[in-house]
Design a protein around this ligand. Sequence first.
Ligand SMILES: [Cu+2]
Length: 402
Amino acid sequence: MAGKTHREETARVSRRGFLQSAALGAAGMLLAGKLGAYEWKTFEWREKEEIPIPPKEDDAITYDREFNIEVVTTLHELLPGVRLHMLTFNGQVPGPEIRVKEGEWVKVNFTNKTELLHTIHWHGVDVYYEHDGVPYVTQKPVMPGQTFVYKFRAYPAGTRWYHCHFATPFHMAHAMHGAIIIESDDDPIKKTFQYSRDYTLVLETFDSFFLRDEFNRMLERMKQRIWLMKHGKLDGRTLAVFKNVQEFLKAVEEGWIPPYLPERNQSREGADLNPNFFAINGKSYPMTDPLLIRQGETIRVRLINAGELIHSLHLHGHQFWWVAVDGNPLPQPIKMNTLDIAPGQTKDIVIEGYNPGYWTFHDHITTRVTNNGIYPGGMLTLLVYEEMAERDGFKPMVSLDQ
Ligand SMILES: [Cu+2]
């Protein structure tokens, strides 16, 4: 054991204790108190508390938290030499992480600084329906230059997210997304695992060809719109909003032409998305940030699939605990090493630091660990043991001349 620190030796012994406890079954629970040997139990479901329906507008409400979010066009660097024009929130990829406490009243001033229409949808948050961000259905789209104020009570606790809900492929292909983490003092995951670090990984897909083509098309449409406005051919009906189905049908009967009708000679614009770049928090490997852990430490990792594809995330050298889906704690934690996550979903995992090293954590669908087709890249990061990184002088890419 020469060269091992007391800390490492302690962790090794506790690891043995963990293995013994596994072998002893229920009796082994008496050895609890060390890494991995916490009590295995079903999460206690919280009593259903009375949640007031958020009022539409109420001067009596004091807002606990206020945020400003702007949609802007950003030249974002995924990797050295790979810079893509994207629509972003506050110029960041992903947008700013909003962290609030469950029950807090939140106000978000959302300003559209682009020539397109946008909204924000609070994905997985129980908001009043007029603040849900579905354009033409529950709210008018936020027009260029306009500000819309979203107001909601943060509920329920968990890993949730927000994104633009102006759901054309063009908007979905961009980076108009971010995490909203609603914290709770009653969080069963925190209580059970006592983790010391809390990571958020937003999983993203980008089609560089699609983005470029769509931006060019947008500029073309802007030219057309300016021409139409100059010639008085752009009126209110072009961007019509109807209050209900009856009103919509009446307008069609009276000769209003729905904008989605295909023209006779129209070719298909906006082919299917075929992402060639895959990112974690706005960066592709090797520029992805590593997950740092220490031997004996427990960390929580919140995964948010903001892209268009299903991912199959695999961690090397460890079994982790899957603890929550869509922000909500599972009835009990599940031990695994490969976790699938569908578009729109969030999943939380807990990793215990029991196997020092540099371990990859990546999408097991191998076309996603590439940058424009070249391996290694894309949706890949490392679980890095900090004490080793400090000793070695951490480099994210492995040196081949060892
Ligand atoms: Cu949008």
